[in-house]
Design a protein around this ligand. Sequence first.
Ligand code: ADP
Ligand code: MG
Length: 153
Amino acid sequence: QSTRRVHLPDEAATERFGAALANAVQPGLVIWLEGDLGAGKTTLARAMLRALGHTGPVKSPTYALVELYKVSSLYLYHFDFYRLNHPEEFVDAGLDEYFTETAVCLIEWPDKAAGFLPPADLVVRLRNEGAGRALELEAASVAGLQCLNTVSA
Ligand code: ADP
Ligand code: MG
């Protein structure tokens, strides 16, 4: 099974799922976070960082395009391309350099860098469902499938 769906009734549920996902990631994994404004992409990224042991603030990287974190031995790069006007700005800004075997990359608004962004191993789709959110996890590579099968939430 390469797709999983869960209902997240409240923000705490999103945080729990983020923690479970964080425990399943491996270096090199590229995770696209899809969904409208307010869907919970940043909430999920923040929960992953917290679960990995990051204690400082997790700001939305909207203006900087990327925030870099190192938690314990893991490099985690959090991108947000909402402000990208043209997909080629991804390469012009040198952001392709961050995609390495050693880092986990989380990307909000991946479609804004379409054609330049490396492919996803895992795609997370969030949307409103009642008062909560529906989350869909789709594996797009062997590494993504291994992660998906390891998520214990
Ligand atoms: P995005 O990064 O997708 O624009 P944010 O994470 O910044 O979204 O904001 C999501 C908002 O939705 C926050 O106000 C958060 O409290 C709320 N939220 C997150 N997860 C849930 C959930 N499962 N149910 C209800 N509200 C949620
Ligand atoms: Mg966001």
